[in-house]
Design a protein around this ligand. Structure first.
Ligand code: CO8
Length: 257
């Protein structure tokens, strides 16, 4: 499919989506939202793909929703269109989404990164929710996913002051899992994606589903859900292979990749 605001390609078993509006700091337009979600869904349904990487340029992962596009909106339009709800499609992708964040991840950019399952930051990454400086507030998870991820104190600080935090602070508060040198961001992230994509896909999907559940349910039902998925994993041929390979001291040959 031909896209205008993103590039979509495959690297081995990884689907790579590159946000491609560099002159606008990858500001997220509605078209870009539709194209990112479409590309991610296509990879989700593609049997050759085991993980999906979302990245931008070294200057900007994405500097937020496109303010120039949003400027003229009125309440009724925003409400009737359910503005930005289209991003929910990304959160329904079942394969692991890995964000490779270089440069600015602000506003909607930070929110899209938080919709991903693993966040890798380049040393030059900067995260923030500057909506307050525009007379609005975050609208796609910046108060909710951020608070669940880094807690109330830092979230209030970022959301109410609009300040940015650098990669080190983002790692120390748990927003990102790793920091890599800026020049190596894509290469390092693709290595992580390939590692994930090499495991048994049913196990990977179930593991993601179980972790996502931790953010949506009380502990007792989350634990029950995890246990059911764990039990179900014994119905897969990859469990038989994975455990046999361990016992026989060899590498596993997973069939369902
Ligand atoms: N929207 C539209 N255009 C943008 C945006 C944006 N968010 N960010 C940057 N641009 C454009 C600039 O207007 C400029 O365009 P032009 O050359 O035509 O003037 C170009 O990108 C380059 O930007 P700068 O000249 O400003 O570059 P600097 O290096 O000086 O600064 C910054 C980079 C710090 C990133 C700066 O551009 C900035 O502060 N951008 C806005 C950040 C912001 O406020 N983001 C929040 C937007 S609101 C939002 O995200 C609401 C979320 C709602 C849910 C979204 C769901 C995903």
């Amino acid at each position: 499919m031909a896209y205008e605001t993103i590039k979509s390609e495959t690297r081995g078993r990884t689907g790579l989506i590159t946000l491609n509006r560099p002159k606008a700091m990858n500001a997220l337009s509605q078209q870009m939202m539709r194209e990112i979600c479409q590309a991610a869904e296509d990879f989700d349904h593609d049997g050759r793909i085991g993980a999906i990487v979302l990245t931008g340029t070294d200057k900007a992962f994405a500097a937020g929703a496109d303010v120039k596009e949003m400027e003229a909106y009125e309440y009724s339009e925003a409400y009737l269109q359910d503005l930005w709800a289209g991003w929910d499609r990304l959160t329904r992708v079942r394969k692991p989404l890995i964000a490779a964040v270089g440069g600015y991840a602000l506003g909607g950019g930070c929110e899209v990164a938080m919709m991903c399952d693993i966040l890798i930051a380049a040393e030059n990454a900067k995260f923030g929710q500057p909506e307050i400086t525009l007379g609005i507030l975050p609208g796609m998870g910046g108060t909710q996913r951020l608070a669940r991820s880094i807690g109330k104190a830092k979230t209030m600080d970022l959301v109410l002051t609009g300040r940015m935090m650098d990669a080190k602070e983002a790692e120390s508060c748990g927003l990102v899992s790793r920091i890599v040198p800026t020049a190596d961001l894509l290469e390092e992230t693709l290595k992580i994606a390939e590692k994930v994509a090499d495991f048994s896909l049913p196990a990977v999907l179930a593991a993601k589903e179980a972790v996502v559940e931790a953010f949506e349910t009380p502990l007792a039902s989350g634990l029950r859900h995890e246990r059911r998925l764990f039990h179900a994993s014994f119905a897969t041929e990859d469990q038989t292979e994975g455990m046999a390979a361990f016992v026989q001291k060899r590498g596993p040959q997973f069939k369902n990749r």
